[in-house]
Each structure stands twice: as structure tokens, then as C-alpha cells.
Design a binder for this molecule. Structure first.
Ligand code: ADP
Length: 653
């Protein structure tokens, strides 16, 4: 028997590694199985060039639990190792690699450990003792048994082993007994090994029979050795892509809308399939579903530093050996390969969308509502993507027709350009709530867009920034005559004092609500508009809506909702009310601004005469007109609504 000290200088680095790798110790299984798969692949390569002759026999990798002996074994029938190779690869290289790793990443190991394996060495994170039984494929090779109990000392001796390949036996530490549970191991295999290229067997297949689970004779293969992304697109049907989607996300019932098969050889290697999910709202639910693989070994599902943020909304797989996994996450973004990969994916995604739009507009329009949020997010966060997407980003009007911005501008420009040359695009967020306003717009021959998406307000602002003289206004944000002004505002014949009187009378009727603020104005709108109606300032409303999604804008979010109440002085009912107003002359003492103000004395006063108009005996009718306006805008609630109902009934009596 040979004894020796493994090639580490630190006397005992096992406690160190156990301590700070605590959170991610589960990766040991991935590392050992990766080695087993590599050894099997190497054997196959040697066979293909004639260096290994004859039938390779069973090449499955097996994971075997022995609860009596507290061991977990990873078994392969790959190339195996001779005693010299164990000495070289395990005693010297593996351990020195581990030591180097520790030295380098001591401080930031937490952040990267899940991605950079410690290889064989990681077995010691969960095992007190690790044994290797190996028989090399080489002619006349002798089997070797190596054993190490977690200190720098190991033993190595010749042994008897019938089958070619390697068994790695882990004597699981009592603290980590979960790794002796079938369910834990099954879970880890599903997470990390689902798509490895060599069959991995774990226990036997099970079936439900007469309400009981029974074991079948067949081995339980946990992986698909040829997942869709490793195959040629030409060999795959639509159904294959869908099946693979459900293989990736077994608990996802929705079908993806379409997919992109990625395949790059130069200047970096990358394969993968990205899927577009239906995204109606709630962006966060869809984030971080993309799985990152390295040669079919699962690495992570946190790809936010590898692809732009909006692309993390896509689902699917990216497999690339060229994404450096042994660096910290923040470093990734500045890595050149990662930058190239990111812009390649961005371009591919945009190209695919452009192609879908070009080839089948009708189908693209049907899918638009489900991909709109994704595309808007992309346009808002990536200038390059905006430029590409502007050709297929769509606007939808209330008739359910879809247009690109250019198409829509052409459609409405004759009717909806105002006297100053601004092209005004009208929109509604809720067609029911804005019904009356929409009708008035239609009467004028205008078109109204539907903008009810989560990012629509942001998207509109972006369009406005990029297009001079283009404005989006919600159809109820002012009178339609004011929204698209064709000539100077109509004048009425009321005096300022009279309007002041009307305003005061109406203000006296306003409901009290600290979340609402009303500003009352007199304005000659159209005769057939409502006598009193509400409008809401476009800018303020948008700011409030944007603040719902953005940090640092809570100032707007905290403000009460503001509405303008317009008294339509052109309406016959208002004219009638005004005709019933009475006026009187009053004297008022006011500050005399022209007078000399002396130090320490009160400002000089003067008495002025003023006409004050009041509306007496007609308060109820005015109150009723106000309530109708509030009701039409969905703002009449609670006590005010009950009073309105009662008043209406009594007025009819
Ligand atoms: P890495 O796999 O990154 O090279 P490891 O520490 O995991 O590092 O393994 C060191 C070396 O030991 C491997 O490169 C390989 O040559 C050898 N090795 C490990 N496991 C096996 C195995 N199951 N069969 C054959 N060789 C193995």
C-alpha cells in the first residue's frame, strides 16, 4: 500500500472549504457526475478513432445510495484511471487546483461558487471519507483503490475491479444525511443533470399499481441525452420545440408563442433555444426562467448579467462554454465574450420578431397583445432594440386594428393635426369609463387608440421624445375642441364676475375627499357637450402613473388625484342658470398697492366697489349637474352618490 501527502501546502483546508461553501455544497454531485460523463465521452471518442477496440458495453453512469453504509457512489464505465493517473490528476492536480481556488476566491466564494466547481475536491464538502475504485481502459491496467479521510493523507493500493471505469464512493458526513435520501438526490439530478449527454441512472423506475408505488425492473434514467437545443433546427418540428418547453418547465401549462433557435460558432460558441411566453402583465413573474448550461451541465437560472434585463423575460436555455463562470457576477458584464453574446442574442430576437411580422402580419397582430409588454420593455431599456423594433412595434385602436407608428401617423394626420402643426394621437385606457369622450371624438372623425398596458404610458412618452410635434393625449383629458385645437378658443359673453359667481356656487357643492382635488373653470365648450364635465390633466396623470413603476417618483404618487371641472358656458342649461343669477354691488376693503407703505405701519387700505353674482334658488339644479359630471367620470361615490339618488327622486316628484 502506498501512502502519501496530497499536494497541498495548507495543512488542512477541509474545514475551510466546508465552512464557506456551506450554502452551495449540493454542487458536489454535479461535479462528480460531470467527471463521470467526461470520462465516458472520452472513451467514446477513443473508440471512434479506433484506440479502444470492441464493444464498449454498458456506458451508463449510475448514482447509487447505500443507506446501511451511509455511502453515495457515482459510477461510470469511462476511461478509468491507472495508479499513476490517480496520483497525477487527483493527488496533485485536483488538490492543487482546489487550493489555488481557495486562495483566490476566499472572500467572494459565496458569489461564484455555484458556477465554478471545485471538481473532484468538492466531494469533501459533504463526505468524511472519499474512495476511488478505478480500472483504466488501457491494456493490462491494474485496478486501483484510493482513499482519503479529509486530511492531507491518502492511501493507494492495487485492488480487484471487474469492470472498466471509476466508482467514486462518498462516506456521507452525518451532518449531511439529506444526501442519503432518494428525494434529495432525485431533486439534484433533475436540477443539474437533466440534459447531460450520457445516460444517468438512479434507482429503478416506479409505477403506481393498486394505490401503491411499485418498483419496476427497468432502471430510472433521469436525463434526456439529446435535448432539443443540441439538435439541428431542420430535424425538429414545432411539436418538438413545444415538448422541450414543457420538459424545461414541467409545471408550466401555457404554450409559448414562438421560439428562436440559437446556434453560433464564431466568435464564440453558443447554442440554445429561447421561447416567448405570453406576458400580459406582471413582468416579475416571468423573469429569470432562462437556464444557463455549460456543455449540457446546468449552471444557473440567474442570467441577468449575461443578457439585457428585458431579455430575462424570455424562457429557454442558453448553453455556452464561453461564458466565464469562474468570475464574480458583476465582472461578467464587462467581459468581452459576454458582451458579444448579449448583443448577438438581442439581434437574433429582434430579427426573429421582424421576420414574423414581415411573413405573417395577421398572425403577428394576433400575438401582439401577448408580446407587447416584452417589446415595450426592450424598446424602453435598449436604444438599439428600439431602432430595430420601431418597424414592428404596434399600436392598437379601439376598433381592434393594429398599426406601426408610421402607419398610424399617416392614417390620422389629416384629421388630427392641430392649428400649430402638432399631430395629436388620442387614446383611452378604459373604453367604458371614457365612453362619452370617445363618442365625441368619433363624431369629429377622430380615431382613438387603446393604451391599457402596464408600460403604455412610458412607451407613449418615448414616442413623443423621438417624434417632434407628436403628442399623445387621453381622450378625456380636456374637451375634444381643446385637445385638437383647430381655431382659437370660442369666447363666451359672461363677465369675469359672473363666472366667478358660477364657480363659487359650484365649489360649494363639491364632495369632500382628501384623495381628490378639483379645480373649477368656466369654458365655452360645444353646445352638445355636457353642461358640467370633468377632465384630467394629461401630464399630472401620466406622472402619477409612471411613479407607480418607478422609484424616486413617489412625490407624484403621493399627490391626490386632480380633476378639472369644466362649467360649459355654451350649454343651454348653464346659460339658463346664468340668466337667473342676481348681482349686487358691494364694497370691499383691500390693500392699496399704490399707496406709500411706511416702516412699521400697516399697509394702506382702500375701499373698492365690486359686483358679486349669486345663484340663489337654483343650487339644487347646479348640484345635480355637478353630480352628473362626477357620475359620468366614475367619481361619485358613497354619501355623495346616495344624496344624488335621493335628490334625483325628489326632483322628479
Ligand atoms: P476537472 O474535472 O475540472 O479537470 P477534477 O478535480 O474534477 O477537475 O478532476 C481532475 C481530473 O481527474 C480530471 O481532469 C480527470 O482527468 C480525472 N478524473 C476525475 N474523475 C474521473 C473519472 N470519473 N474518470 C476518469 N478520470 C477522472
Amino acid at each position: 500500500m502506498a501512502k502519501g501527502n496530497i499536494g497541498v501546502t495548507a495543512n488542512n483546508i477541509f474545514p475551510v472549504i466546508k465552512k464557506f461553501l456551506y450554502s452551495d455544497h449540493e454542487i458536489f454531485l454535479r461535479e462528480l457526475i460531470s467527471n463521470a460523463v467526461d470520462a465516458t465521452q472520452k472513451l467514446k471518442t477513443l473508440a471512434s478513432v479506433g484506440e479502444v477496440k470492441g464493444d464498449l458495453g454498458d456506458t451508463r453512469v449510475r448514482v447509487i445510495l447505500n443507506k446501511n453504509k451511509n455511502t453515495l457512489t457515482v459510477q461510470d464505465h469511462g476511461i478509468g484511471m491507472t495508479a499513476e493517473e490517480v496520483d497525477k490528476y487527483i493527488n496533485q492536480i485536483a488538490f492543487s487546483g482546489a487550493e489555488e481556488f481557495l486562495g483566490k476566491y476566499k472572500d467572494k466564494a459565496e458569489a461564484i461558487i455555484g458556477h465554478f466547481g471545485l471538481g473532484f475536491y468538492s466531494a469533501f464538502m459533504v463526505a468524511d471519507k472519499v474512495e476511488i475504485f478505478s480500472l483504466s481502459y488501457k491494456d493490462d491496467a491494474k485496478a486501483v483503490h484510493w482513499s482519503c479521510s479529509g486530511d492531507p493523507e491518502y492511501t493507494m493500493e492495487e485492488t480487484i475491479k471487474a469492470e472498466r471505469g471509476t466508482d467514486i464512493v462518498l462516506h456521507i458526513n452525518s451532518e449531511f444525511s439529506q444526501y442519503l435520501e432518494d428525494a434529495t438526490i432525485q431533486g439534484l439530478l433533475t436540477k443539474y443533470c437533466k440534459f447531460l449527454p450520457v445516460e444517468i441512472a438512479f434507482g429503478k423506475k416506479k409505477e403506481w399499481k393498486d394505490g401503491k408505488e411499485v418498483e419496476l425492473d427497468e432502471e430510472n434514467i433521469i436525463n434526456d441525452v439529446q435535448p432539443a437545443w443540441t439538435r439541428k433546427p431542420a430535424d425538429l418540428t414545432e411539436d418538438d420545440y413545444k415538448r422541450f418547453y414543457h420538459q424545461l418547465y414541467p409545471s408550466q401549462f401555457d404554450e409559448p408563442l414562438f421560439h428562436i433557435h440559437l446556434n453560433v460558432d464564431y466568435p464564440f460558441h453558443l447554442t440554445g433555444i429561447l421561447y416567448f411566453p405570453r406576458i400580459k402583465r406582471n413582468l416579475d413573474v416571468h423573469r429569470n426562467k432562462i437556464q444557463l448550461y455549460c456543455n449540457q451541465v446546468f449552471v444557473t437560472d440567474e442570467v441577468e448579467n449575461i443578457v439585457p434585463e428585458y431579455l430575462t423575460l424570455l424562457h429557454g436555455v442558453i448553453d455556452s462554454p464561453d461564458i466565464p463562470l469562474n468570475v464574480s457576477r458583476s465582472y461578467l458584464q464587462s467581459d468581452n465574450n459576454v458582451k458579444k453574446i448579449s448583443s448577438h442574442i438581442t439581434k437574433k430576437v429582434a430579427d426573429k420578431l421582424a421576420e414574423l411580422y414581415k411573413n405573417d402580419k395577421e398572425d403577428f397582430c394576433k400575438k401582439w397583445d401577448d408580446i407587447k409588454l416584452f417589446i415595450q420593455f426592450g424598446m424602453l431599456s435598449d436604444e438599439k432594440f428600439y431602432e430595430r423594433a420601431i418597424g414592428f412595434a404596434l399600436l392598437k385602436n379601439l376598433e381592434g386594428q393594429y398599426f406601426t407608428l408610421e402607419e398610424y401617423k399617416n392614417k390620422v394626420k389629416d384629421a388630427q393635426t392641430d392649428k400649430d402643426g402638432n399631430l395629436v394621437l388620442l387614446y383611452a385606457q378604459n373604453a367604458d369609463a371614457s365612453y362619452a369622450y370617445i363618442e365625441r371624438a368619433k363624431q369629429k372623425g377622430y380615431d382613438v387608440l387603446l393604451m391599457d398596458g402596464e408600460l403604455d404610458v412610458h412607451a407613449m412618452s418615448q414616442f413623443e421624445q423621438k417624434n417632434e410635434k407628436l403628442r399623445f393625449v387621453r381622450v378625456d383629458s380636456d374637451t375634444i375642441e381643446n385637445l385638437i385645437r383647430k381655431e382659437d378658443a370660442a369666447k363666451d359673453t359672461y363677465s369675469d364676475e359672473q363666472k366667478e359667481g358660477l364657480r363659487k356656487a359650484l365649489e360649494a357643492c363639491l364632495p369632500e375627499n382628501e384623495r381628490l382635488r378639483f379645480y373649477v373653470n368656466c369654458e365655452a365648450a360645444a353646445e352638445d357637450a355636457l353642461p358640467v364635465f370633468l377632465t384630467q390633466n394629461e401630464f399630472m396623470r401620466r406622472m402619477k402613473e409612471m411613479s407607480a413603476h418607478q422609484q424616486g417618483m413617489s412625490f407624484y404618487g403621493d399627490m391626490p388625484d386632480q380633476y378639472n371641472i369644466v362649467i360649459n358656458t355654451a350649454h343651454p342649461l348653464v346659460k339658463d342658470l346664468a340668466a337667473k343669477m342676481t348681482s349686487e354691488e358691494v364694497e370691499e376693503v383691500v390693500e392699496n398697492k399704490d399707496g406709500d407703505k411706511k416702516e412699521g405701519e400697516e399697509a394702506p387700505k382702500q375701499t373698492v366697489k365690486k359686483t358679486v353674482w349669486t345663484l340663489s334658488g337654483e343650487d339644487e339644479r347646479l348640484h345635480q349637474l355637478l353630480d352628473i359630471a362626477l357620475l359620468a367620470s366614475g367619481q361619485l361615490k358613497g354619501e355623495a352618490l346616495a344624496k344624488f339618488v335621493n335628490r334625483s327622486v325628489s326632483m322628479l316628484g
